[in-house]
Design a protein around this ligand. Structure first.
Ligand code: PEP
Ligand code: MG
Length: 608
């Protein structure tokens, strides 16, 4: 019946381009599929003559979409228009937030022993005995049926995802859950599931998503466990460097309970979930072929240099021990000193603030030693549905209570940032269109409600309110007047609040004298400023502006020379160790960085 009905619907379509250099991989695919499933209409994706159902993680994944690939998304049936729009918005958001894994630069080395080179997953140094992975499978009797084991595994992944929500890698569990649900749905027995897992994972062979095949093995392993299969892995009870072909993502957790000092894998990639979890666990690890390496020999794993030293001399061992000590001192030093102010060699106190997006990142920032919030990206507070005034007020209040100095940015939507409940008409150049503060000309009610909530939450607090994407003085004056009229309408006193702007649009550099008369502060958004200085879209799949270009530093110098109001930096450049000395020399006094970069940023400052 529904198929018959679908014949009368016109198909709608759009083209979507993969911009992340990780490709359209398992985690974003899982989120995309989960949203597609919430619509009853037909939704397909077509790439190179192959059309698949987007509601199944495994089939969508089989398109093996890589950076730069454009596919056609087609929706047909009930609410097809809404489905198309929401999926497009989600896709763009997923691409924007998918972190690129950059290759870690290798340091020089001078070991006397023979050296095996590899690719660095996670930096560090380890001196320990080599140990080859040894697995024993023991089949116990189990009365559990396949469908029950399947459900138990899905529930387990759901719990893992929910309990790790504050961690970057939590989406791995959601992805595995979606994958298992989509493959499990079609299988009646474990053998059937095993066969479809093999078929689907073979489709990824040789593609950029090859390394995600370990997730397929991982979901099988989870079910096998419920069906009575015990996987027995024995680890030494003295420190060891693990050598193996690959590990399943779920095995990293187990590994962390052991005396592991380092890991060398042969068949993984920088983007695999195993590599992501290894990085998150802080275990120094490398990708290298260690097949010819002997077991139970002392080796050095130096993942600063990206090498494993097979037969280290006493001189090599001595050097490695020194580096180990340095790493240890550096880590514990910056971590233990994270609550202390960052003071330069010449005695300047540089304030290190955090960029936060919600209450959990604000709490993490506090725990990491932030002295305030330099940028609250309010657009991420409510990602799915439009929040009520009360919900907004409560969220702001909770965050405001954590710090004395807080800068909250009004909604910065448009360009690469989309919100499902805000409709922006299609534009030829979204980055040059209705973005940031410009949205409020078309949607003033959104700004009114947000400002009202901020004012209520900040009644006793000197919060700073910052407008994004300001390009002219008039724009600022109008927006601030609008804020004042909102306060008047609701009879709220806002005389204690400060109003400032993000410097992201180059025109501001030439208008600073006039801005000085009206704003209370500035914060330089180097991410957007760089994109507009070079006219290179920040999410462009092929082009990349040089974040460390002299042009960027000259722009900052102009701002610091002309501004008579406080200036901070909240773009990514603020945490770049190569940029910090230059920024301090130019006279910057406040840096705002992601919570996890706070301790390290403070430490870099202490050496300037
Ligand atoms: C920036 O543009 O540098 C910035 C901090 O804002 P966002 O990255 O949120 O656009
Ligand atoms: Mg910006």
């Amino acid at each position: 019946m529904s198929l018959f009905k679908n014949l009368f619907f016109k198909p709608l379509s759009t083209q979507l381009t993969v911009t992340s250099n990780n490709g359209f991989h398992l985690r974003p695919v899982a989120q995309f599929s989960a949203l597609a499933k919430s619509f009853s209409c037909h939704i397909t994706a077509t790439f190179k003559d192959k059309t698949v159902d987007t509601k199944s993680v495994s089939t969508l994944l089989s398109l093996s979409l890589e950076q730069g690939d454009t596919f056609t998304l087609v929706t047909k049936g009930k609410k097809a228009e809404i489905a198309l729009e929401k999926l497009q918005i989600l896709f763009e958001t997923l691409m924007h937030h998918d972190k690129e894994i950059h290759q870690i630069e290798k340091t020089a080395y001078s070991y006397e022993g023979s050296v095996l080179q590899g690719e660095i997953i996670s930096e560090g140094i380890a001196i320990a005995s080599s140990y080859k992975y040894n697995v024993q499978e023991i089949q116990h009797k189990s009365n559990m049926h396949f469908k029950e084991a399947l459900q138990k595994s899905i529930d387990e992944l759901e719990v893992l995802h929910a309990t790790q929500k504050d961690n970057d890698h939590a989406d791995i569990y959601l992805a595995q859950k979606e994958l298992l649900s989509s493959l499990g749905e079609k299988s009646h027995t474990f053998a059937e599931l095993e066969q479809s897992v093999e078929e689907e994972s073979n489709k990824l062979l040789g593609t950029k998503l090859d390394s995600k095949r370990s997730d397929y093995q991982d979901i099988l392993q989870r079910i096998k466990k419920h069906l009575g299969l015990e996987i027995k892995v024995t680890f030494p009870d003295t420190p060891f460097i693990l050598l193996c072909n690959d590990l399943l993502p779920s095995e990293i957790d187990q590994l962390q309970q052991t005396k592991v000092a380092g890991v060398v894998l042969k068949e993984t990639s920088m983007n695999s979930h195993t590599a992501i979890l290894l990085r998150a666990s802080g275990i120094c690890s490398l990708i290298a072929d260690t097949q010819d390496l002997v077991e139970n020999e002392t080796v050095i794993l130096d993942t600063h240099a990206g090498v494993i030293v097979q037969d280290p001399t006493s001189h090599d061992l001595q050097k490695a021990r020194e580096q180990l000590k340095k790493d240890h001192v550096q880590r514990s030093h910056s971590a233990t000193k994270r609550f202390e102010p960052a003071v330069t060699q010449t005695g300047r106190h540089i304030k290190v603030f955090a960029n936060a997006a919600d209450i959990s990142t604000a709490r993490a920032a506090k725990e990491e030693g932030a002295e305030g919030i330099g940028l609250l990206r309010s657009e991420f507070l409510f990602k799915d549905v439009k929040p009520s005034l009360e919900t907004q007020q409560k969220a702001y209040k909770e965050i405001f209570e954590l710090f004395d100095d807080i800068t909250v940015r009004t909604l910065d939507v448009g360009g690469d940032k989309a919100l499902p409940y805000i409709q922006i008409p299609a534009e030829n150049n979204p980055f040059l269109g209705v973005r940031g503060v410009r949205l409020f000309y078309t949607h003033p009610e959104l700004l009114e409600e947000q400002l009202h909530a901020i004012f209520l939450a900040a009644e006793n607090k000197r919060v700073k309110i910052m407008f994004p994407m300001i390009s002219s003085v008039e724009e600022f004056i109008q927006t601030k007047s609008f804020a004042q009229s909102v306060a008047k309408k609701y009879q709220l006193d806002i005389s204690h609040l400060h109003f400032g702007i993000m410097i992201e649009v180059p025109s501001v550099l030439f208008l600073l004298e006039a801005f000085n008369d009206v704003v209370d502060f500035y914060s330089i958004g180097t991410n957007d400023l760089t994109q507009y200085l070079f006219a290179i879209e920040r999410t462009h799949p092929l082009l990349k502006a040089d974040a460390l270009s002299p042009a960027v530093f000259s722009a900052i110098e102009i701002i610091l020379n002309k501004a008579t109001k406080p200036v901070s930096i909240c773009g990514e450049l603020a945490a770049n160790k190569n940029a910090i000395p230059k920024l301090l020399n130019l006279g910057i006094e406040t840096l705002s960085v992601s919570p996890k970069s706070i301790a390290q940023t403070k430490e870099e400052i202490r050496y300037v």
